[in-house]
Design a protein around this ligand. Sequence first.
Ligand SMILES: *Cc1c(COP(=O)(O)O)cnc(C)c1O
Length: 332
Amino acid sequence: MSRPVPAVFGSVFHAQMPVIAFQDGAWQPVRWQSSQDLTLPAGAHALHYGSECFEGLKAFRQANGKIVMFRPTENIKRMQQSAEILSLPKPETEPFLAALVELVKRAADEIPDAPASLYLRPTLIGTDPVIGKAGAPSETALLYILASPVGDYFKAGSPVKILVETEHIRCAPHMGRVKCGGNYASAMPWILKAKAEHGASQVLFCPNGDVQETGASNFMVINGDEIVTKPLTDEFLHGVTRQSVLTVAADLGYRISERNFTVDELKAMVENGAEAILTGTAAVISPITSFVIDGKEIEVKSQERGYAIRKAVTDIQFGLAEDKYGWLVEVC
Ligand SMILES: *Cc1c(COP(=O)(O)O)cnc(C)c1O
């Protein structure tokens, strides 16, 4: 059976989606409805005051035909943390996981073969229809999950040019670890500016020289046998891929240095031959090909180590290497 890969990432959805409502102080049983439209009150809290957060994870068709999800409980935990910080009702782990499993089962026939996959997008929104609640949390909410067959986001050999931004921040510092749409809106002006003025594909946010992350991915330097990345703080998103890559890389013999570092250090490392990568669910690892620092383009000389670590992670996802960390949840 041929399973088509949509041309545009995230543009096609499985016909149905699970919806779990929070009302009268409790989470309700899951309902299944069309994923085409969602009817909301025009005054819904999320639409006015940004009470929204989301997640992104994937399910894979393995070589032996099994369908697996990658570390779904990590995404559930992170959404619970986002909900807490946004004063949204906290989703319950068991029904959330059950809805993910059931959705992947129902969409199983639509999951393309490797290296494509099924991208899952849990979304949590505050739905109180009261525009007077600017300073009060929503007491009702919806959790729904979209499933989208996606091609390989990763394009080997394509240029990844990163503008190093030292003046502006991606989002308010206390919001960095919240996976919410508001943070993306906050970063948009700098990303559009970087594209227009430098042809950059992304912006690396480094307020006052502190190297943090890009608009949608975590950032690491592979400096010989050492991997350097910022330690977890409230200021940036704690990626599941970041943690997975660090685990796999340590096993491959890399020294992991979670420490703060500056743009000057980054520049010196890259000029001395270090590699640099972005990590995130969509592409796993994207090796960077050049940086723009203070208006000057600096080439990253090699991408080899990044590719090798990427393969070690995707081999686990597609069942080509042993799942020795217990990261996969078998669906069917
Ligand atoms: C989602 C996201 C990441 C990557 O997280 P993963 O769990 O690895 O997909 C990194 N930075 C930002 C801002 C994100 O929203």
